[in-house]
Design a protein around this ligand. Sequence first.
Ligand SMILES: Cc1cc2nc3c(=O)[nH]c(=O)nc-3n(C[C@H](O)[C@H](O)[C@H](O)COP(=O)(O)OP(=O)(O)OC[C@H]3O[C@@H](n4cnc5c(N)ncnc54)[C@H](O)[C@@H]3O)c2cc1C
Length: 308
Amino acid sequence: MTARHTSALEALLVDDGFDGDVYPAEPMARHTMYRIGGPARFYVQVHSVGALKRLIAVCDASAVPWEAIGRGSNLLVADEGYSGVVITLGRDFRTCRYDEDTHCFCVGAGVPLSSVVQEAFRRSLAGFEFAVGTPGTVGGALRMNAGSREEWIGSRVVSVTTLSPETGLVRRDGDKIGWGYRTSSFRPDEVIVECELSVEPADPFFIRGKMEASHARRKKSQPLSLPSCGSVFRNPEGASVGALIEEAGLKGLAVGGAQVSDVHANFIVNTGDATARDVLELINLVKTKVYETYGIELQPEVRFLGFA
Ligand SMILES: Cc1cc2nc3c(=O)[nH]c(=O)nc-3n(C[C@H](O)[C@H](O)[C@H](O)COP(=O)(O)OP(=O)(O)OC[C@H]3O[C@@H](n4cnc5c(N)ncnc54)[C@H](O)[C@@H]3O)c2cc1C
C-alpha cells in the first residue's frame, strides 16, 4: 500500500493486477430494474474467483460492508445509496457448458437465467420452461429460489459452489441446501459462483408449448412496460397476495412516482420518477391496509440495500 491510498481497499482497487472493473460512487439506478438507487461507494465487477477472493477478504479485514448482486431485478436500493462495495460477477462467471453424460448444465452465477432457458430449448432439453421471462442471473435465481407457483430452480440443482471469506470455496450437493418458497439457506456472506443444473431430453414441441404458455401468462398478467422488481410481497400460505391487495381496493394507489400496478396488484411500478422512499412508503401503506383488512402480515419478497 502506498501513502496515496487511504485504505487497503482503495489500494487493491487501483492495483493493476486486480482482475476487475471498478466504478467509484456508481449510481445504483443504473444497475437495478427499478431504475432507482443512489451511489454505491464502489461498484466492482470481478472477472475471476481470485479477484473475488481478494476483494471480499480486504472488505472483511477493513470492516467495509459488501453485497454480491446480479441484475438487480429483485432489489430496492436506498436513495442515499450504499456505503459499501457492490460486487457483480463478470467474465469467468459467465460460462455455460452442457455435459451430455450427466444431463447437466455447469453454469457460472453471472450467466443470465434466460440464457439457460434458451440453451436448454436449443438442445431440446426440458426443465427450465418455468423460468421463461424471469429476469436476472443464475446466482440471483439460486439465492431467491426463483420460480413459478409450481416449479422453482432449487429442484433442478445438482450442486452449488460458493465462496465466503470464512470457508473459501465450498461445493455442496443440491439436496444439502435448504430450498423454500423464494428462500434458500445460503449465508449472507456466501457468494454463489457456479452451479450444476439438471435437465432431461424431451420433445421440442412439448418444451416450446410450455414456454409459450408461460410467456403468454406473464404477458397477460404482468406490467412489463414499466420498471419494477417483480412480485413485491410473498404469497401468504394458501392465498394469492395479488388478489388480497386487489380486493382491498389498492390497485392504482400511488405515492410519488410509485404505484400499485393496475395490471397486477403485487407489482409496484416506477411510473417515471419514483424514489426508493416512494416505493418504501407505498410498501408500508399496502402492508398496513392489508393487515387492517384481513389481519394478515405481508412479508416482502423484494430485497433491500442501503436502508438503515
Ligand atoms: C418483470 C419481473 C418479473 C419477475 N418474475 C419473477 C418470477 O416469475 N419468479 C421469480 O422467482 N422472480 C421473479 N422476479 C424477481 C427476480 O427476477 C428474481 O428474484 C431473480 O432471480 C433475481 O435475480 P438477480 O440476478 O436480478 O438478483 P438481484 O436482484 O441482483 O439480487 C437478489 C438477491 O440475490 C442476491 N444475489 C444475487 N447474486 C448473488 C450471488 N452470485 N451470490 C449470492 N447472492 C446473490 C442479492 O444479494 C440479493 O439479495 C421478477 C422480476 C421482474 C422485474
